[in-house]
Design a protein around this ligand. Structure first.
Ligand SMILES: Cc1cc2nc3c(=O)[nH]c(=O)nc-3n(C[C@H](O)[C@H](O)[C@H](O)COP(=O)(O)OP(=O)(O)OC[C@H]3O[C@@H](n4cnc5c(N)ncnc54)[C@H](O)[C@@H]3O)c2cc1C
Length: 510
């Protein structure tokens, strides 16, 4: 049995015994074959000594058990790493950021506490997956949609806490942004409810997000200040219809007015779907083709959506040579035949087909196994897109080692409100030599982007320190503020040390 760092075997054995007492013998895992299940299948350090691995795992099923587990960890100073369903592939899987931590696995806490159709919200526990919530809503015949990310097996809470998003309408597809109220167990075992939930017998926990006084919920997004045991989410009342307009513009430089028109329409909330920008102007676009395209899905009443499409066309028509195509007007709920030919997640239906794209298929018979997402945020302008492309073309020969390292992208993602992400994907697998070269390239991209004022919004756990260091304004004052809070609420530094670059005092600079 592996030991957590700086914990004696006597203390660890006492902690294990206390956890068995609290959650039952069957739910404390110390055998190598059990603990191995928490390895990150996409780890860029797979099989190397730097791979982040757990020492054990414990799986409570109630909030009282979570409190007991955390109190014991605090007593013996055992680092914990909380996961919900632990499917955080491409960002660290279910492995801890700090090797040797004990995984606090919350997937047994899988109760849908409430689905309220009238006010369109849900209150769930961490182990509730998108599939679970979808099934619950379908069985209850409630006329509301969930917003799934591409993989439906993830946790509604876990995905939101890591800064994840989905593919239906704004504001629902920004998952943390769509939450309303949370329950958190702090490092000392105390339970806190945020927003209106702090009112005993609250009748409006999921009706008002801000409550009274300083809003603390943001501390728990990509944070390590508590273990979230419940969270409310606003749901979308089922939209009657959806239609997508695609605009094509002929010249590479047309991306400037194209993005301006896109921004206007999204900021006016005329276009509310998850838009995407692509085409020949991007390095990954069709060879020899110039120009750009943007797709604009619009969700809403069947009478209104065609008018919004028409209004959007007028805005783009000012770009010389712009051409348009439209999909049919999809009316919901879709029938089975229609469902079979659309991207399900765009219609609020969880799915796993995304893995078919990157997994083994006819076009890709021996895939590397995994990938790391590199996602810097640019300014949402066409000029930034062109600047990124210039840098990409200039640096790629060096960073792809003369084209021998296959880095995928860039994909210019406009799925986040007001945000432009220039996504690159770095395939990794089981070859330490290739993985090492990919890691070097990834770190170099972080530096290159930071030099230009572009930072990432989410990153695999092994690069979280590198990215956090890039956010260095005023001698890293933001990191220092986060550390001050960490020391106050978790003085023994037992909760997810190192997550998103925030380390407890005793582990800083190691
Ligand atoms: C092919 C592919 C496609 C993907 N597509 C998307 C996509 O469309 N959108 C997207 O957002 N992501 C996507 N991902 C990334 C990832 O798989 C998902 O975000 C996934 O939902 C995250 O895993 P999870 O939900 O099980 O969260 P978890 O792994 O349970 O949680 C994520 C992290 O949050 C923290 N955490 C979790 N629960 C708690 C808690 N209760 N208390 C405190 N901290 C906690 C932990 O640090 C944990 O590591 C994709 C990945 C792949 C490989």
């Amino acid at each position: 049995m592996a030991l957590p760092p700086n914990v004696s075997s006597a203390d660890f054995n006492r902690a294990i015994a206390a956890w068995k007492q609290a959650v039952g013998n069957d739910w404390v895992f110390t055998a190598d074959e059990d603990v191995a299940l928490y390895r990150d299948a996409y780890s860029p350090y797979w099989g190397e000594k730097e791979e982040r691995v757990a020492s054990a795992a414990v799986a409570p099923s109630t909030v009282e058990q979570v409190q007991a587990v955390v109190r014991t960890a605090n007593q013996y100073k055992v680092p914990l790493y909380a996961i919900s369903t632990g499917r955080n592939l491409a960002y660290g899987g279910s492995a801890p950021v700090y090797s040797g931590s004990v995984v606090l696995d919350l997937k047994r806490m899988n109760r849908v506490i409430e689905v309220n159709e009238r006010n369109a919200y849900a209150l769930v526990e961490p182990g509730v997956s998108y599939f679970d919530l979808y099934e619950h809503i379908t069985k209850a015949n409630a006329d509301v949609w969930i917003d799934p990310p591409d993989p439906g097996w993830g946790s509604v809470i876990g995905n939101a806490l890591d800064g994840g998003g989905g593919w239906t309408a704004s504001p629902f597809r920004d998952h943390f942004g769509a939450h309303c109220g949370m329950e958190v167990v702090l490092a000392n075992g105390e339970i806190v409810r945020t927003g209106m939930g702090a009112l005993p017998n609250s009748k409006s926990w999921q009706h008002n997000r801000w409550g009274f006084g300083p809003w603390v919920d943001g501390l728990f997004r990509q944070g390590n200040y508590g273990v979230v045991t419940k969270m409310g989410f606003h749901l979308m009342p089922r939209p009657e219809a959806m239609q997508t307009l695609t605009v094509r513009v002929p010249r590479d430089e047309d991306v400037v007015p194209l993005v301006d028109a896109l921004n206007l329409l999204e900021n006016q909330h005329v276009v509310n779907g998850s838009t995407s920008l692509g085409g020949g102007g991007a390095p990954g676009g069709p060879a020899g083709a110039a120009g750009w395209s943007v797709s604009l899905p619009i969700y809403g009443p069947a009478k209104v959506v065609p008018a919004q499409i028409e209004y959007s066309r007028e805005k783009f028509a000012k770009i010389p040579g712009a051409t348009f195509t439209e999909t049919e007007l999809f009316r919901t709920p879709l029938d089975a035949a229609t469902l079979a030919r659309v991207r399900k997640v765009s219609f609020g239906i969880p799915d796993l087909s995304t893995f078919g794209l990157l997994g083994r298929n006819a076009a890709n018979p021996s895939p590397p196994g995994g990938h790391m997402d590199f996602s810097p945020i640019l300014a949402r302008t066409g000029e930034s897109v062109l600047e990124f492309i210039r840098m990409y073309r200039e640096k790629l020969p060096e960073l792809s080692e003369g084209g021998t390292l296959r880095i995928l992208g860039p994909v210019f993602m406009t799925n986040w409100d007001r945000t432009m992400v220039a996504l690159l994907m770095f395939p990794v697998g089981r070859d330490p030599q290739v993985n090492g070269r990919m890691r070097n390239a990834f770190r170099r991209w972080i530096e290159l982007c930071a030099e230009r004022g572009w930072g990432e919004y989410r990153t695999p756990s092994v690069f979280q320190d590198d990215v956090a260091k890039a956010y260095s304004y005023n001698n890293h004052s933001l990191t220092r503020l986060r550390e001050t809070i960490k020391d106050a609420v978790d003085p023994n530094g037992i909760l997810s040390p190192g997550r998103y670059g925030v380390w407890p005092k005793h582990l800083r600079k190691t």
